[in-house]
Design a protein. Structure first.
Length: 401
């Protein structure tokens, strides 16, 4: 007579602290429903009938090590197949493909200089100076999937402060981090001007940080927190949303600044600093090569910035030198003429400008305060996304001014 091996077991629901009513430990008298554990599968022997020893190899089971029991009704469905040598070979090939996929994905992570990696252990060694990411979930993870990366709020702000030389420009509001929100960031929208609508849309987008060009706490505004200010701050606080603002430093930057990007969009070359503010310049005087008629320059302005700019046609027929300062810089029309510009482009006008442009013999173009200042903050958000691997979107709250 061949010996008969009997197994028994209980469903293991002990995820967390021990509770007698859910206990599956040996010797516990609590009635349990038999079933396969959702955690580890590790059978144990109860008894062997007759006088012949059971053959563990015949069942593909290791009876020497007991972790927890399983039910008889589950054995045919999973245990033998899981321990079968063929299944192990399939699993090994799958792990090889997984490792190859992870290695290829790591190589494409922006900003990472990975010199050594162990994808199956979720670890990597980075070259000196490279910033490691913190991965959350599975989307954008080297293994691919459905999660996201996060970056530290303070690291982003420190990078932007340094990149823009934010402290080097005297300004009318505190620059950099204005309102503290979540310490970890995965979504960073940008917008031109702080407003309740912009804050609410950023919160609805699931953002942890919002970067703007026109922030809060201007020196020209009341210091008292009224109902309007309270509503804005409440939206930021309730949604754990950091507010970061860069004003003149973002206008002036030669790569991601409003004025440099306007020159580039209009096809102007060889920009030099123009528009003194304190001891720094915030605008550029650039060259149209070849020279343009006013109509040709306006076509570019309409295509790149504002379809209906305000124009005072008071300069020469051929435009070679163009001075650019975004936003509200109409007061610089005469310095632009003195610097040899044939045209001055800014955002919004002032009442004296028409007469000043005519008397100085210079074209004046007001392409909109808002429209001329979408360039920099949008580029800044793209830079943060590239540098830190976070998500960026530009939130457009159109303003005709």
């Amino acid at each position: 007579m061949v010996g008969r091996l009997e197994l028994s077991g209980r469903r293991d629901l002990n995820s967390g602290p021990h509770r007698p009513e859910r206990c599956a430990l040996p010797g516990c008298a609590t009635p349990r429903k038999p079933g396969l554990s959702q955690a580890r599968v590790a059978p144990r022997a109860i008894r062997v009938e007759c006088d012949q020893p059971a053959d563990p190899g015949r069942h593909g089971l290791d009876l020497d090590v007991v972790h927890q029991a399983i039910g008889l009704e589950d054995l045919d469905r999973g245990v033998d197949a899981a321990l079968d040598a063929g299944a192990q070979r399939v699993a090994a090939r799958a792990l090889e493909r997984l490792a190859a996929h992870a290695t290829a994905a790591w190589a494409n992570v922006p900003g990472q200089a990975v010199v050594e990696r162990d994808p199956l252990r979720h670890t990597a060694r980075f070259a000196d100076g490279a910033r490691p990411r913190k991965w959350v979930g599975w989307q954008d993870h080297p293994f691919g999937g459905y999660g996201w990366t996060v970056a530290r709020r303070d690291e982003i702000v420190a990078f932007l402060d340094d990149h823009l030389d934010a402290g080097g420009y005297p300004d009318a509001l505190p620059v950099g981090l204005q309102v503290v929100g979540a310490p970890e960031v995965r979504r960073v929208p940008t917008g031109v001007s702080a407003s309740l609508e912009l804050f609410e849309r950023a919160a609805d987008d699931g953002a942890q940080m919002l970067i703007v060009h026109h922030g809060l706490f201007w020196s020209s505004e009341p210091r008292r927190i009224g109902e309007r200010e309270r509503a804005r701050l409440r939206c930021l606080f309730d949604n754990d949303l950091s507010l970061v603002a860069y004003h003149l430093a973002l206008d002036a930057h030669p790569e991601v600044g409003n004025n440099a990007l306007i020159c580039r969009a209009l096809g102007l070359v060889d920009p030099v600093g123009f528009g003194v503010h304190g001891d720094r310049t915030i605008g550029f005087l650039a060259t149209a090569d070849p020279p343009l008629p006013l109509a040709g320059l306006l076509d570019r302005v309409r295509a790149e910035s504002n379809p209906a700019p305000l124009v005072f046609d008071a300069g020469p027929a051929s435009i070679r030198r163009v001075a650019v300062i975004s936003g509200a810089a109409a007061q610089d029309v005469l310095p632009a003429a003195d610097a040899g510009a044939d045209c001055f482009l800014t955002g919004e006008p002032r009442e004296p400008v028409m007469a000043q442009a005519r008397e100085a013999g210079i074209h004046f173009v007001a392409a909109g305060h808002y429209a001329t200042e979408v360039f920099g903050v949008r580029a800044l958000g793209e830079l943060v996304a590239q540098r830190f691997g976070v998500e960026h979107s530009f939130i457009d709250v159109p303003n005709p001014i």
